[in-house]
Design a protein around this ligand. Sequence first.
Ligand code: ADP
Ligand code: ASP
Ligand code: MG
Length: 421
Amino acid sequence: MSLIVQKYGGSSVANAEGIKRVAKRIVQTRKAGNDVVVVVSAMGDTTDELLDLAESVSPLPAGRELDMLLTAGERISMALLAMAIKGLGVDARSYTGSQAGMITDAKHGSARIVDVTPGRVREALDIGAVAIVAGFQGFNRGTGDITTLGRGGSDTTAVALAAALGADVCEIYTDVDGIFTADPRVVPSARKIDRITSEEMLELAAAGAKVLYIRAVEYARRHGVTLHVRSSFNNNEGTLVINPQDGETMEQPIIAGIAADLSEAKITVVGVPDIPGKAAQIFTIVASTDANIDMIVQNVSSAATGLADISFTLPKLEGAKVLHVLESRKDDVGFDSLQYDDQIGKLALVGAGMRTNAGVSAKLFTALFDAGINIEMISTSEIRISVVTRADTINEAVRVVHSAFDLDTEDVALVHGGTGR
Ligand code: ADP
Ligand code: ASP
Ligand code: MG
C-alpha cells in the first residue's frame, strides 16, 4: 500500500462537473488500496475574482484581511470535494490549512512554511478516510492569524505535506499532460518531457513556467520528494521531476525547455556617478523594500561621460514601491532620473546540457535576429540564458527559439481546461 498526495489545481475543479470528475479519480486511487491525501486549489479563477473584489472595495487592502478573503476560495473547493467523494461511498474529511498543521511565518500574502504538524490528516488516514486539505494557506502561531503562501501556493502545500507524511509520490494534477518544452498555450507543437531534473525545473519555474510554483520545486528538491505532473483529464503518464543527487540518473538533453515571463518591469537609474559604492548604495535602497530583483545591467550613461545607467528588472507589482524609495533618495545617490518600463518580456532557455555545449547563446541570438526581435538585456547562469525583449514580441520569440533548437513535434499539445489567467 502506498501513500499518495494528489494536488488538483483550479483548472481541474473549475465547476461541479470538474469536482465530480476529480472525486471519481480520488475514489479509484483509494479503492486500489492506497492512502490518499488530496490538496485542492480554489475553483477556476476564484482567487483572481476575489482579488478583483477586494480591489473594488479598497485600493490597498490589509494583508490580514486579504488572506482571510482568499483562503475562502480553497475552503469552498475542499468541502465540495469531500461531499462528492462521500457521495461515491468513500469516507472523506476536509481540513483548512491550519487544521492540517501548515504552520507558517507571519508574512501575509507570501508566508513561508516553518513547520508541518499533520496530526489530523494522519488520524483521517488511520480510519480509512481520504483527507482533503485546502491548499495555499497556513497559520501563524505568533499572531494566531491565517496566512497565504503566495500565488500558486497549493503546489507548495502538497509538497510540504508529502514530505511531512513521507508520501511515496506527490502527484500534481493540472490541465495539460505534464511539463512541456514550452507553454503549450503559446507553442502548440511543444513536446511533453518524460523526465526533468529538479535543477532544470527550478530554472523554468523561476523564469515563469507557472505549471509548477518555484517554491514547491525548491521544497521538493530539499526534501527529496518525487513530483509527478500530469493531467486530471486523462490517464496518460505525465512528467517526473527527479533529484539526480538521490541516485537517479538520466541523460541530460542540451535544452530542457523555454519559459516566458510578462510579469516583470524594468527600472533604469539614469546618470549615476561612475564611482565605487554607487551600485551598493542603490541596491541597498532597493533591498530595503524586499523587492525581488532579477537581471542587472550597467552601461555608460546616455546622459553624460563619467556617469553610468543602471537597469534592473523586478516584478511589476513591486515597481511603484521601489520607484518611490529610489526617488526619495535621489540626492543622496546623485543620479539624474528614473525610467520605468513595464512593456518588457523575458525569455529563458534552460538546459543542463548547456554546461558542456558551446554555441547555445549564438544560436539563441541568431534565431531572435532572424525574426527581427531586438534583445535589450541578457543574463546567464550555468544552465540558463535569459533575454529581455519587448512584451509584444515575446510569444513570437518563444516560438522561433523553440524551432531553432528543434524542439517542435508533429503532435498538437492539448490544453484541457483553464483560462490561462
Ligand atoms: P492549475 O490550475 O492546475 O494550478 P496552472 O494554470 O497554474 O494550473 O498551470 C498550468 C498551466 O501552465 C498550463 O495550462 C500551461 O498553460 C502553463 N504552462 C506554462 N509553461 C508550461 C510548460 N512548460 N509546460 C506545461 N504547462 C505550462
Ligand atoms: N488559489 C491560489 C491561486 O490561484 C493557489 C493555487 O491555486 O495554487 O494562486
Ligand atoms: Mg498552479
